[in-house]
Design a protein around this ligand. Structure first.
Ligand SMILES: *Cc1c(COP(=O)(O)O)cnc(C)c1O
Length: 337
């Protein structure tokens, strides 16, 4: 697929590493070999997956002559943090609309990403109730700024539209190339599945190269059929946007909902176990909302013998560790400090 036809800013300068996790694989019984694609190490303040998407989204904003970025997220949004960070670096204003997906969850004094919003000098934060129409709420902010003579550009939640998903189409292609160079074949790939751009883009990138490796998403929010439909639709829209004729089999879209727990961003014991296990076997930091829950899914699937013995499994680490510092109390029962 020709991604060179789209403007991008060049935030992603080199492939992120694919690493074998020997101690973690052993801690899980040594039945399978677990590898990790380290998108947590992507450039951008605090790292993480949104940098790949914003490389295209911010380029689109600049190509359209915009001087102000508006985006949305939950109260501890990695996407909001990274959008703000790249906007600052580009000399663009950035305004955030934050959704209290958990009632009363916005705490202006919270650490983690919330602290970073202020440290990075966010222009404004508008807090709205869970379930609000975020597109409308962002449009209201955009209209107000336009009336003041600004040229606003709205990046949807998670940059999960066809423009942003291009970043993960590229990641799929990059992973295929790395597998070839490393002489390493994967039997299964696990990706976190949230606002769907990562999962949809990665799947499309792989399908576009005829890489028939099963990809399983681990949902962090929505029910399985709803999430799978969101991923499927975005993958098709992204293929159309690229101008690629690719058959996306519906059954290639799998997004488990068994690891969400009580809801988006709410801790689970399995998430805590995953975060602590990765820290103590591989010195890798996961996050409580996405990569920790996704890893809890991988751990469960390994324990349930979902994968053939000896399989090579790739986990896409999408980042998010700054959010750990907003969850200190969650970890106090297991980590003593
Ligand atoms: C946004 C995010 C995800 C999910 O990616 P989507 O494209 O929204 O599905 C996963 N992990 C982290 C750390 C994130 O910030």
């Amino acid at each position: 697929m020709n991604l060179a036809q789209f403007p991008r800013r060049g935030y992603v300068k080199e492939p992120t590493p694919i690493e074998f996790l020997p101690s973690f694989s052993k801690a899980l019984g040594g039945k399978v070999n677990i590898y990790m694609k380290r998108d947590d190490l992507l450039p951008g303040t605090g790292g993480g997956n949104k940098t790949r998407k914003l490389d295209f989204s911010i380029a689109d904003a600049l190509a359209k002559g915009c001087d102000t970025i508006i985006t949305c997220g939950a109260v501890q949004s990695n996407h909001a943090r990274l959008t703000l960070a790249w906007a600052v670096k580009e000399g663009l204003d950035c305004h955030l609309v934050l959704e209290q997906r958990v009632a009363h969850s916005y705490n202006p004094a919270a650490s983690g990403n919330n602290f970073l919003y202020q440290l990075l000098g966010v222009k404004s934060i508008t807090v709205v109730d869970g379930g609000s129409n975020m597109a409308e709420e962002m449009q209201k902010v955009a209209d107000k700024l336009a009336a003041q003579g600004k040229k606003p550009y709205i990046v949807p939640g998670g940059a999960s539209n066809p423009v942003g998903a291009l970043g993960y189409v590229q990641c799929g292609q990059e992973t295929m190339q790395q597998m070839f160079e490393m002489g390493l074949n994967f039997d299964h790939i696990i990706v976190p599945s949230g606002s769907a751009g990562t999962h949809a883009g990665f799947l499309l990138g792989m399908l576009g190269c005829n890489m028939n490796i099963p990809i399983s998403g681990i949902g962090v929010n929505r029910k399985k059929p709803v999430q799978e439909e969101a991923v499927y639709t975005l993958a098709q829209q992204t293929a159309d946007y690229i101008g690629a004729k690719i058959d996306i089999p519906r059954e290639a879209v799998v997004a488990y909902d068994d690891y969400v727990g009580p809801g988006y961003s709410l801790p689970t014991d399995a998430m805590c176990e995953a975060v602590i296990m990765l820290a103590r076997t591989e010195s890798i930091l996961l996050d409580p909302v996405y990569s920790g829950k996704a890893m809890s899914g991988l751990i469960d699937l390994v324990r349930k013998d979902h994968f053939k013995p000896g399989s090579n499994i790739l986990f896409l680490h999408t980042g998010g560790s700054p959010a750990l510092y907003a969850y200190l109390d969650t970890f106090r029962k297991d980590v003593h400090f």
